[in-house]
Design a binder for this molecule. Sequence first.
Ligand code: SF4
Ligand code: SF4
Length: 156
Amino acid sequence: MTDPIDRSGLRERYWETQRPDRMTQKEWEALCDGCGKCCLNKLEDEDSGEVALTRVACRLLDDESCKCSQYPIRHQFVPECIVLSPKNLDQHAYWMPQTCAYRLIWEGKPLYEWHPLITGDPESVHRAGVSMRGRTVPEFEVHEDEWENHIIEEPI
Ligand code: SF4
Ligand code: SF4
């Protein structure tokens, strides 16, 4: 299957040697494994700061491809959707999914063996069972008060 993210011509295992702020934009974008988990609604405990992911997905997530269905114009519909960059990674990494490559790099951990950068295959994240393909419920079907009934255990 064609990789929706262009991972051609990247420096070999650059994520092990380059700091995020020294990566090219293409290298930065290629860190995404395509799991779709950052597009899930989260619950954050105000006292402990703990974050739980729910399977209640953002209205724009296509749970088959695990991609945003309106990425270029998403802020028209979801103004709060963040644009993750090396500059704001410190601020956001704590709530990113435990398997997310951006969070792993921020924590100084290696990428998982199923990451498309390692396998060369965008389907490997789905085969490994760590993506949200076919696992979400749309947010318009679940009231916010019921999100806690849809918490998922990480890592998945
Ligand atoms: S959680 Fe991380 S790796 Fe997964 S889709 Fe979001 S940015 Fe990409
Ligand atoms: S707007 Fe798109 S990128 Fe942002 S959380 Fe929703 S599905 Fe994900």
